[in-house]
Design a protein around this ligand. Structure first.
Ligand code: ADP
Ligand code: MG
Length: 390
């Protein structure tokens, strides 16, 4: 496990001072996330249920008033990048700097006064592992600027602006889940989020108290959201909504799914996408009611159902993710599923505490036998959302 954000804050501030010649105005942290259930629903106005990881992006930031934006990451080789807030152009930057610069662009475009900043950041969220390193980066910068420029924006408002930064400035058509999770999650809770209006409910999620654990298995297969497959799924969902005459697939009631599928006739591709989204929304609601009624172990099979739907209907899994789920379940896990956008990244495994060593070993052995790169397995405990740490 990585050090706590509070512990890292000191060294990030020191490095800031070396780079920029003065101490930062403050240090902020924003977490990555795993999604318990509700995948590919967030761009269909549906339901999701992420929780924050202890892994965070930590940023030391000082305000500037001369229009200059300087950016540096401890995790990327290279000098400080120097930009100007007036010179930010969407989709002009293919490097990591597009994420923080995009946040500045989105804030200014929404009419907020942001006149420059010096930023140095370091992140313990693994990049491209489906754990939302990009949202952590955006949200930590947004929160710092919100504080330093006195913008008074709430977490969900910052999340919307970060999503806009990623959609328009970076050019990745992602939904609203990752940014909202990073900005709004609370320690010890999963966030039940309605992505249509961003209404939210914090659901207590303390597995350790009930003798269970949630493992994250990072397959080390890198995905890339900006590329074609994600966009194709999204376009297919939009087509489905249009054919069914609804604003978004969220508006197709679960009870009317069969009738809706019939109406889609021979649009087989669209039918599969619609079936996943509508059943996935229902699964999120089922998990919420199971957790709220204290029947935590019963969410296991719902996770497995969700994985099958992503694998067979939405077709965003990959052999490594399928192998984690299959191996975990056959070696005693309560449930497992891929998490995040898919095509690589991570899976989650829900297990009795006592079964964790057996399951971990089984997954590692299965990967070795299949000739896959060894996975990285760690335990996830619901951590805090974005905050100032210094
Ligand atoms: P995910 O959000 O699932 O980790 P993305 O493809 O959305 O994957 O975002 C990964 C990108 O975010 C990286 O390619 C990089 O540009 C940026 N990024 C993530 N962490 C850092 C970091 N510590 N420093 C600089 N850039 C980072
Ligand atoms: Mg991302």
């Amino acid at each position: 496990m990585s050090e706590s954000s509070e512990a890292v804050a000191g060294s990030v501030a020191e490095r800031f001072e070396e780079l920029y010649g003065a101490a930062p105005d403050g240090v902020w942290a924003a977490p990555g996330r795993v999604n318990l259930i509700g995948e590919h629903t967030d761009y269909n106005d549906g339901f999701v249920m992420p929780f924050a990881l202890p892994h965070t992006a930590v940023a030391a930031v000082s305000r500037r008033d001369d229009g200059v934006l300087r950016l540096h990451s401890a995790d990327v080789d290279g000098p400080v990048a120097e930009l100007t807030v007036d010179g930010l152009v969407p989709e002009s930057d293919k490097r990591w700097t597009a994420y923080p610069a995009g946040v500045v662009w989105a804030l200014r475009e929404a009419g907020h006064t942001v006149t420059g900043a010096d930023v140095h950041l370091a992140s313990s969220v693994p990049a491209g592992a489906g754990l939302s390193s990009s949202a952590a980066l955006e949200v930590v910068v947004a929160l710092a600027l919100n504080d330093l420029f006195g913008l008074g924006l709430r977490g969900w408002q910052l999340a919307r602006l970060c999503q806009r930064a990623e959609n328009v400035y970076v050019g990745a058509p992602v939904g609203i889940m990752d940014q909202t999770a990073s900005a709004c999650c609370e320690i010890g809770h999963a966030l039940f989020l309605d992505t249509r209006d961003l209404s939210q409910r914090q659901i207590p999620f303390d597995l350790a108290a009930e003798g269970m654990r949630l493992l994250v298995v990072d397959t080390q297969v890198k995905h890339s959201h900006s590329e074609g497959e994600y966009g194709k799924r999204r376009a297919g969902c939009e087509k489905g909504a249009a054919l069914l005459g609804v604003d978004a697939l969220r508006d197709v009631p679960y009870e009317e799914l069969d009738a809706a599928l019939e109406r889609l006739g021979d649009e087989e591709e669209v039918r599969r996408l619609v079936r996943h989204v509508v059943t996935e929304d229902e699964r999120v609601e089922r998990v919420v009611s199971l957790l709220e009624s204290g029947d935590t172990r019963a969410i296991g099979p719902v996770l497995v159902e969700g994985h099958a739907s992503l694998r067979d209907d939405f077709r965003v899994s990959c052999p490594e993710l399928d192998l984690v789920v299959e191996t975990a379940v056959t070696s005693g896990a309560l449930g497992a599923r891929m998490t995040g956008g898919g095509f690589g990244g991570s899976a989650i495994v829900l297990a009795e505490e006592t079964d964790v060593p057996t399951i971990t070993k089984a997954v590692e052995e299965a990967f070795a036998a299949a000739g896959f790169t060894a996975p990285r397995v760690f335990e996830a405990v619901p951590a805090a959302g974005a905050r100032r740490v210094r």
